[in-house]
Design a protein around this ligand. Structure first.
Ligand code: 5GP
Length: 204
């Protein structure tokens, strides 16, 4: 038996640097496993099925919804996104941390179902910086970029529902900040029931 792992939920606008920060955290905390979401959107160039996402059809996604196969799901820009439930609970039970990179709608559903989760919001320091990063990716049309910027502004209202806010101005600082959050969360006494029981034995 071990204490269950941390369910870490990371959100923030596309272009916030979530992916880079999450990759750095996974290198630093080998106990973190990444939940691969399922989506009905098309793969972007370079994206691999089963690595970036499980890409699927609307029909298949809706069938899985009827089977209650998702911990959370949302429709973002007319496409479904969801977190397959089984893998998440399996990892937590095995004492491993699981990291979800999902949008706010999904994060709120996770908080509802698993209140012990750790919610982290990552945001660039300004709309201008976000826009420059999105344009620099050369993946989205002007229309898509405008939509992402509008969404980022609207989402600021939700940040206070999160446990931690990381402003990604300087990437290395943002990574250090996020690592500090996880280091502290790992040591919270109220989730270390098993560890405390072992200590009690050792102190007998
Ligand atoms: P993108 O299409 O740029 O990869 O992702 C668009 C948005 O969907 C991002 O905000 C991303 O965090 C979110 N997203 C990705 N996977 C999931 C998921 O499984 N559930 C939810 N709710 N959002 C997701």
């Amino acid at each position: 038996m071990s204490d269950s792992g941390l369910l870490i939920v990371v959100s923030g606008p596309s272009g916030a640097g979530k992916g880079t920060i999450c990759d750095a955290l996974r290198q630093r905390f080998p106990n973190i496993h990444y939940s691969i979401s399922m989506t009905t959107r098309n793969p972007r160039p370079g994206e691999v099925n089963g690595t970036n996402y499980y890409f699927t059809t609307n029909e298949h996604f809706e069938e899985l919804l009827t089977q209650d196969a998702f911990l959370e799901h949302a429709k973002v820009y007319d496409h479904y996104y969801g977190t397959p439930k089984k893998y998440v609970y399996q990892m937590l039970q095995e004492g491993k941390h699981i990291m979800l990179e999902i949008d706010i709608q999904g994060a709120m559903q996770v908080k509802e179902k698993y209140p012990q989760c750790v919610l982290i919001y990552i945001v660039p320091p300004s709309k201008a910086v976000l826009e420059a990063r999105l344009r620099g990716r050369h993946t989205d049309s002007d229309e898509v970029i405008a939509g992402r910027l509008a969404k980022a502004s609207a989402e600021l209202e939700w940040i206070s529902k999160y446990d931690y806010l990381i402003i990604n101005d300087d990437l290395n600082t943002a990574i250090e900040d996020a690592a500090a959050v996880l280091q502290a969360e790992e040591k919270k006494a109220d989730r270390l029931t098993h560890r405390i029981a072992v200590l009690k034995e050792q102190y007998k």
